[in-house]
Write a protein that binds this ligand. Structure first.
Ligand SMILES: *Cc1c(COP(=O)(O)O)cnc(C)c1O
Length: 362
């Protein structure tokens, strides 16, 4: 494996790493890509042994995403499987501090584990001061973190809060799905673990469900690998191949999606059908709050032709949904909030489609 992690990575830009990391060594007749290794077992006596313990197709993806995040990557069957593996690092009875506006699956998982007595979950407002969030970490085993948050798009002071949590001896884990390693590298700010739903921007084509953990240390990475081998939430070789193929173009996809998002925010701000346009200033997720609550927001998502009414995010195509249609969404999220995942279509087409539907609400 050509491992961009070990030599000279400091001088390579992320755009280059996304292309070069996780390739087979160059050479006569060498394939450009690590193939899809469809096998359940390997000849005995080596490092791999069995398909639940390792697969060269996983390794290629792990080298590439690890190089981008600056740590040791472990691929998982889904984002939530990666999250479950990280949360399982907490000792029984330990406390996990998390943002109240985290991904609903994360909140659901923490609630489930708390109801079984496995851990204690404490939810905080990460827009509070770094000192207030830090205080909540006293005695906690882990600070779980999402920034920007889904779907409120609140941004935390990541370096300050990470420092504060470490002073209390808590592990710091960050769900970096929204920002991607191109816009935010939490390990560089001292975080111990990063998690991705690779289903979203990393794969980028709405055709894969997959996740990953990136650990700052070899010890943490070994604990995560052990969890994957014991609990078995392994990704399929084809899914990993597709996720790596998607990762290759992440920089250009994100550049276009982000510029589309910024232009849409500029054009939509002040529209009379909207109470609010929320955008953290980077990335390609925008949340708009429709005036009048659930009914007009539900009407909006039915009246477009380009924008697809669907959950999930981070694909080349633009999708949107009213988040409170999910009973598990936090009650502090406005009923009329519609989360936009801005894709790569021409911004004029996206704008016209959305504004025509918005105008029809008046
Ligand atoms: C989708 C998502 C997840 C869950 O990932 P899956 O791949 O669906 O299991 C976790 N965190 C965030 C921020 C997400 O958007």
């Amino acid at each position: 494996m050509h491992d961009a992690n070990t030599t000279g990575t400091d001088v390579l830009h992320p755009e280059t790493l996304a292309i070069t990391a996780g390739r087979p060594p160059h050479g006569v007749d060498a394939p450009m890509n690590v193939p899809v290794h469809l096998t359940s077992t390997y000849g005995a006596g080596g490092d791999l042994e069995y398909g639940r313990y390792g697969n060269p197709s996983w390794t290629a993806f792990e080298h590439a995403l690890g190089a981008l995040e600056g740590g040791r990557c472990v691929a998982f069957a889904s984002g939530i499987a990666a999250i479950a593996a990280v949360i399982d690092l907490v000792e029984p009875g330990g406390t996990v501090v998390a943002p109240r506006h985290s991904y609903t699956g994360t909140v659901g998982l923490l609630g489930e584990l708390e109801s079984k007595g496995r851990l204690r979950a404490v939810f905080v407002d990460i827009t509070d001061t770094a000192a207030a969030v830090t205080d909540a970490c006293a005695g906690a085993a882990m600070l779980w973190f999402e920034s920007p948050t889904n779907p409120a798009l609140e941004v935390a002071d990541l370096p300050a809060i990470t420092r504060g949590a470490h002073e209390h001896g808590a592990l710091v884990a960050v769900d970096n799905t929204f920002a991607t390693p191109l816009l935010q590298r939490p390990l560089g700010h001292g975080a111990d673990l990063v998690v991705h739903s690779a289903t979203k921007y990393i794969s980028g084509h709405s055709d894969v469900v997959m996740g990953a953990v990136i650990a700052a240390s070899d010890d943490l990475a070994a604990a995560i690998v052990r969890h994957r081998s014991l609990f078995g939430a392994i990704p399929g070789p084809l899914e990993v191949f597709l996720a790596l193929r998607g990762l290759r173009t992440l920089p250009v996809r994100l550049e276009r999606a982000q510029s589309n998002a910024q232009e849409l925010v500029r054009r939509l701000t002040g529209h009379p059908a909207l109470e609010e346009v929320r955008y953290p200033g980077f990335g390609a997720i925008v949340s708009i709050v429709v005036r009048g609550g659930a009914d007009p927001a539900d009407a909006l998502v039915e009246r477009t032709s380009l924008w697809v009414h669907a959950t999930s995010l981070g694909g080349v195509e633009s999708t949107f949904e009213r988040r409170r249609r999910w009973p598990a969404e936090a009650p502090t999220i406005p009923e009329g909030l519609v989360r936009l995942s801005v894709g790569l279509e021409h911004v004029d087409d996206l704008h016209r489609d959305l504004v025509t539907a918005l105008d029809s609400l008046a």
